[in-house]
Design a protein around this ligand. Structure first.
Ligand SMILES: Nc1ncnc2c1ncn2[C@@H]1O[C@H](COP(=O)(O)OP(=O)(O)OP(=O)(O)O)[C@@H](O)[C@H]1O
Ligand SMILES: [Mg+2]
Length: 438
C-alpha cells in the first residue's frame, strides 16, 4: 500500500514538474525560431516594482539623471512622457492617479508598461516588451495539450503494469473458483497488487491443502471401513457353511469384534471431526494434572496391567494446567494409551512449569518413533507399521486428535527420544502462572 502511495505521489510530482518545464521550453523554442528575445529571467513585475521604488525614493530633481542612467542598462526601451501625452491610451489616463499601481498594459497595447511619476506629473513608459505568446488562446491550447499528453503518458506508464497484474490475479482467482485448485497468480511485483496476489496464493495453497487433506481423510476412512466389512463378509460366509456350534460361536465373536472396530472408528472420526471445527468453544479452567492423570490411568491400566507407570509430578496442588477439562483429559488419554501400548515395561509421566507454560511429558521404553516420522504420526490414519498396530487396536486418529486439541489451546507438542530409546511426547500448555497458587 505504501509503495502504491509513493508511486502515485512521485508520478504526480513528475507530471507537475514536466507540465511546468516542458511548455516553457516549447515556447522558448518557438520564440527563438521566430526571432524573439529570450524570456527575461526577472519577471516583469519585479522590474517594474524596482523601477518604481528607485524613482519614488529619489528626489524629483534627480529624475532626469536617473532616467538617463537607467535607460542605458535596461533590456527594454524606456521613455518619459507627460501624463497628458495623447500617445498614452485613454484607459491609462485615470490609472496614473492611483499611485500604487503600475499601469498594466491593456490588451491592445500589450508590450508596454506605464509607471506614473506623480512628483513631476509624468509617466515612465517601459517597452515595447517582447511578446512571448502570440495570443492567450494559443498559449492555453498548447499548454493543455502538453499537460494532457504528459499526464496521459505518465498515467499509462503507471497504470499498465498494475492493470496487467490485476488481470493475472483476476484470471487466477476465477480459475480457482472454477475448481482448478492449483491455480496461482504469477505476480512478482512488490506493489499492492503483488501483495494481494501473495495473499491469494497462500490462501489458495492452504485451501488446496485443506481439500486434499479432506480427500485423503475420506479415502482413508473408506479404506479403514472396508477392512472390517470384508472380514465380516468373510466370517459370514464361513458361518453359513458350518454346522459346528463351537465354530459358529467363534465366527459370531469375530463379527462382533469387527463391528466393535467399525464402531470405534466411527466414534473417533466423529470426535476428530468435532475437534476440527473452528467454532469449537473451550471451557478453559485451571485443572489439577495429578487428578486428571489419575482418572486416565484408572481407565487404561486394566488393559495393560503389566506396565508400570511412574509419576513425576510437582506437589499435587502446584501441578496445574489451564485447559478445557474434557479435551485435556482426552489428549492425555490418547497419549497414555499409546505409551501403554508400545512400552516394554514402564511409562513415565512428568510435569513441570517453565516460563508460563505447563509441560506434561509422557514417555515409554518401547521402540520409539524414528525422527523422520515424528511429524507424520500426528496426521490422521498414519501408522508406523499399519499391519502391526491394527492388531493392537489402533485406528490412527489418536495423535491427530491430540494435535488438534493442542492447537485449540495454542499449546504445542513435540516427539522426542526418551532416555531408554522409547518415545517421549512433550506437551506445552500456555497460561499458567509460575508462582504456586495461593
Ligand atoms: N508411544 C509410541 N511409541 C511408538 N510409536 C508410537 C507411539 N505413539 C504413537 N506411535 C506411532 O504413531 C502412530 C499413530 O498414533 P495414533 O495414536 O495416532 O494412532 P493409533 O494409536 O495407531 O490409533 P488410535 O490412537 O486412533 O487408536 C501409531 O500407529 C504408532 O505407529
Ligand atoms: Mg493411539
Amino acid at each position: 500500500m505504501k509503495r502504491l502511495y509513493f508511486r502515485f505521489t512521485i508520478g504526480v510530482i513528475i507530471i507537475m514538474v514536466l507540465s511546468f518545464y516542458v511548455p516553457r521550453e516549447i515556447f522558448h523554442l518557438i520564440n527563438k525560431e521566430e526571432g524573439r528575445a529570450p524570456r527575461p529571467q526577472i519577471p516583469f513585475n519585479s522590474t517594474v516594482e524596482q523601477l518604481k521604488g528607485i524613482f519614488e525614493s529619489a528626489p524629483a530633481s534627480q529624475y532626469h539623471n536617473l532616467f538617463d542612467s537607467l535607460s542605458g542598462v535596461l533590456n527594454y526601451p524606456l521613455m518619459m512622457v507627460d501624463t497628458s501625452d495623447p500617445s498614452i491610451p485613454p484607459e491609462l489616463h485615470y490609472r496614473h492617479k492611483e499611485p500604487d499601481r503600475a499601469g498594466g498594459p491593456p490588451a491592445q497595447n500589450l508590450g508596454y508598461i506605464y509607471i506614473p511619476l506623480n512628483k513631476i506629473g509624468k509617466m515612465l513608459v517601459l517597452g515595447p516588451m517582447p511578446r512571448y505568446f502570440r495570443n492567450e488562446t494559443q498559449f492555453f491550447i498548447v499548454m493543455a495539450a502538453v499537460i494532457l499528453a504528459i499526464a496521459g503518458i505518465a498515467g499509462f506508464i503507471m497504470v499498465v503494469p498494475l492493470a496487467r497484474n490485476l488481470r493475472t490475479l483476476e484470471l487466477a482467482t476465477s480459475r480457482f473458483g472454477e475448481g482448478q485448485l492449483d491455480s496461482r497468480a504469477a505476480v512478482k511485483s512488490r506493489d499492492a497488487i503483488g501483495s494481494v496476489a501473495n495473499r491469494f496464493n497462500s490462501m489458495a495453497e492452504s485451501i488446496q491443502q485443506m481439500i486434499q487433506r479432506e480427500r485423503q481423510l475420506l479415502q482413508s476412512v473408506s479404506h479403514e471401513l472396508r477392512t472390517p466389512i470384508a472380514r465380516i463378509r468373510f466370517s459370514l460366509g464361513l458361518l453359513e457353511g458350518t454346522q459346528n456350534e463351537e465354530e459358529r460361536k467363534e465366527r459370531l465373536r469375530e463379527i462382533d469384534g469387527e463391528i466393535d472396530e467399525i464402531n470405534q472408528l466411527v466414534g473417533e472420526l466423529l470426535d476428530y471431526n468435532r475437534f476440527q471445527s473452528e467454532s469449537m468453544s473451550l471451557n478453559k479452567q485451571t485443572l489439577n494434572v495429578a487428578d486428571i492423570i489419575g482418572e486416565v490411568i484408572k481407565r487404561l491400566q486394566d488393559f495393560q496391567p503389566d506396565i508400570k507407570i511412574d509419576l513425576h509430578l510437582e506437589p499435587k496442588a502446584e501441578s496445574v494446567v489451564v485447559a478445557d477439562k474434557i479435551l485435556f483429559r482426552r489428549a492425555m488419554q490418547n497419549l497414555v494409551a499409546n505409551a501403554l501400548r508400545y512400552a516394554k515395561s514402564t511409562v513415565t509421566i512428568s510435569y513441570r512449569k517453565e516460563s508460563g507454560e505447563a509441560i506434561v511429558e509422557i514417555s515409554d521404553d518401547g521402540p520409539g518413533v524414528p525422527p523422520e516420522m515424528r511429524e507424520q504420526i500426528m496426521k490422521p490414519f498414519y501408522r508406523i507399521d499399519p499391519s502391526g498396530t491394527r492388531e493392537a487396536g489402533g485406528v490412527g486418529l489418536g495423535l491427530a486428535i491430540v494435535s488438534r486439541i493442542l492447537e485449540l489451546h495454542e499449546a504445542r507438542i513435540s516427539v522426542e527420544a526418551a532416555n531408554g530409546g522409547g518415545a517421549k511426547f512433550v506437551t506445552r500448555w500456555p497460561g499458567v502462572t509460575t508462582e504456586a497458587p495461593g
